[in-house]
Design a protein around this ligand. Structure first.
Ligand code: GAP
Length: 484
């Protein structure tokens, strides 16, 4: 199914739509509707269960606006920029490296402004939209700048382009909470902002997006110690190395053969595969990719991504796992003049950071694509979503078979019971029962609970399974535990 069709379905079913629509929209911003918000919150819940409950991480929440020195220290003021060109006729902006790569069919990583200007000239590249002449390329910093407070004393600040830095700043306090021991991990789920040059694919390249980034603070003396790898490390997967070799093997083999050099990176790649599979992303479309030396971010000595191969739009990076060494804490020590080193057993050092940086919006697109099922000939003449219960917007719909004979009252009773058991359920009283099943399938609700005449007599209901369409009779008293 095409990208546009998936987004159209998303719009119609209250999952996701462009923001500010009544004012003509603004590229790079999306709203999650009533159904999409539920899915997004559930996805975060699965992530929290994995990293906070199972992995024992802490969680923090920090501001999205931070004063300039933070981003001077991190290197973003100087280096978080893309080379841009603009059409002199229609004003359309382009990332110069992407445009040249696409039009001239050459590799453009690491090309300077003058290299790109030469390439635009040499390959006679013009505006893909109107054919106009392109302006000389220039550097464009992707951070949104703002000012805090009025007048002469106003403070220059930026909307954060990643959550990571804001987690590093209170490191000393976090170290205290961790009982002055390493390693420990800190999750932050929050909005980040990037003034992307041409955000064309709505859910993939956003200007405001949600990140879920985990920073592991490590002792450099032990950070490469062996670890027990999760089960997901024992399954074959396609791996593209930084030399662009593609091999098919397990994460465990890749680690043993030195393709992945850090055991913790191998561990977290496997955990990321678990997360994506748990939330319903098609595991056969996932692969691993190591960043080449010429594309790696300035702060990282080794970066691996988990990518999803989308049939509709190609490769999508879902999570980046980076060895950031002591780069960030050292930079903040230098600029803030505060001591962020630790002293453990008489050894004073700056901890290293291993970062697991998830975006939340891209996995949601991949989830929609992975779970969308076409209309079939066996009674479903509509597309439907096979979301796993953990991320489905509601656990069940509660329906009275008829709008009479006390069935609606009984249905309301069952609805209250399930609500009070802490389950996300909804009731739907309009249209035929078939239509209500269809509406539930269309937003991926895994179960439908129907109250019929037998329910009044024997206290049972039917529970319809979305995927098999099979129905079974269950007593109302067992229902909360069953649906949980
Ligand atoms: N702290 C490291 C960092 O921010 P990144 O690879 O730039 O690394 C991490 O971003 C994740 O955030 C990406 O894997 C992606 O899922 C998501 N992401 C980054 N830029 C995005 C954008 N413009 N729109 C949507 N998601 C984005």
């Amino acid at each position: 199914m095409s990208y546009d069709t998936i987004l159209e379905i998303g719009k119609r079913r209250g999952i996701v739509y462009p923001s500010f629509e009544i004012y003509g929209g603004l590229a790079g911003f999306i709203d999650y509707g009533p159904v999409g918000s539920r899915i997004k919150n559930n996805l975060q819940e699965v992530l929290r269960r994995q990293y906070i409950v199972s992995e024992g991480c802490m969680e923090v929440e920090c501001p999205t606006v931070s004063p300039e020195p933070v981003w001077v220290a991190s290197g973003h003021v100087k280096s978080f920029a893309d080379i841009t060109t603009e059409c002199l006729k229609c004003g359309e902006p382009y990332r110069a490296d992407h445009l040249v790569a696409q039009k001239a069919n050459i590799r453009t990583e690491g090309m300077s402004i003058s290299d790109l200007a030469k390439a635009i000239d040499e390959y006679r590249i013009t505006c893909p939209k109107c054919g106009g002449k392109l302006e000389n390329p220039y550097t464009f910093n992707l951070m949104f700048q703002t000012h805090v407070g009025p007048g002469r004393n106003k403070v220059t600040a930026y909307l954060r382009p990643e959550t990571a830095q804001t987690t590093y700043l209170p490191f000393k306090r976090l170290f205290e909470t961790a009982r002055r021991k390493l390693p420990f991990g800190v999750l932050q789920i929050g909005r980040s902002y990037r003034n992307e040059i041409s955000p064309r694919q709505v859910m993939i390249r956003l200007r405001e997006f949600l990140q879920a980034e985990i920073q592991y603070f490590l002792d450099p003396a032990t950070k490469n110690d062996p670890v027990n790898l999760p089960q997901e490390a024992k399954k074959n997967i396609s791996i593209r190395t930084k030399k662009d070799d593609v091999v098919e093997k397990t994460i465990e083999q890749a680690l043993n053969e030195g393709i992945i050099t850090c055991p913790l990176i191998a561990y977290h790649l496997a955990l990321a595969l678990r997360f994506f599979t748990d939330v319903g992303i098609d595991p056969s479309k996932l692969s691993l990719r190591q960043h080449r030396d010429d594309e790696r971010a300035f702060y990282s000595s080794d970066t691996w991504d988990v990518e999803y191969l989308s049939p509709s739009i190609g490769r999508i990076e879902l999570v980046g796992i980076s060895d950031r060494g002591d780069y960030d804490l050292t930079q903040h020590i230098n600029v803030s003049k505060q001591d962020l080193s630790v002293n453990i057993d008489g050894r004073k050092f700056v901890p290293h950071v291993l970062e697991v940086a998830y975006g939340v919006d891209r996995p949601i697109y991949c989830l929609l694509e992975s779970c969308l099922r076409p209309a079939d000939k066996e009674g479903r003449d509509y597309e439907w979503f096979a979301f796993p219960p953990a991320v489905a917007p509601y656990r069940a719909g509660v329906f009275a078979l008829q709008k009479k004979d006390n069935l609606p009252e009984k249905a309301r009773e069952v609805f209250e019971l399930l609500k009070n058991a802490g389950l996300y359920v909804y009731s739907d009283e309009s249209g035929s029962i078939g239509r209500r099943y269809a509406r539930a399938d269309e937003i991926g609700v895994p179960y439908a609970v129907t109250i019929d005449y037998d329910s009044l007599k024997d206290g049972t209901v039917t529970v319809r399974d979305r995927d098999t369409k099979q129905q079974r009779r269950v007593s109302i008293s067992e229902l909360p535990a069953l649906l949980k």
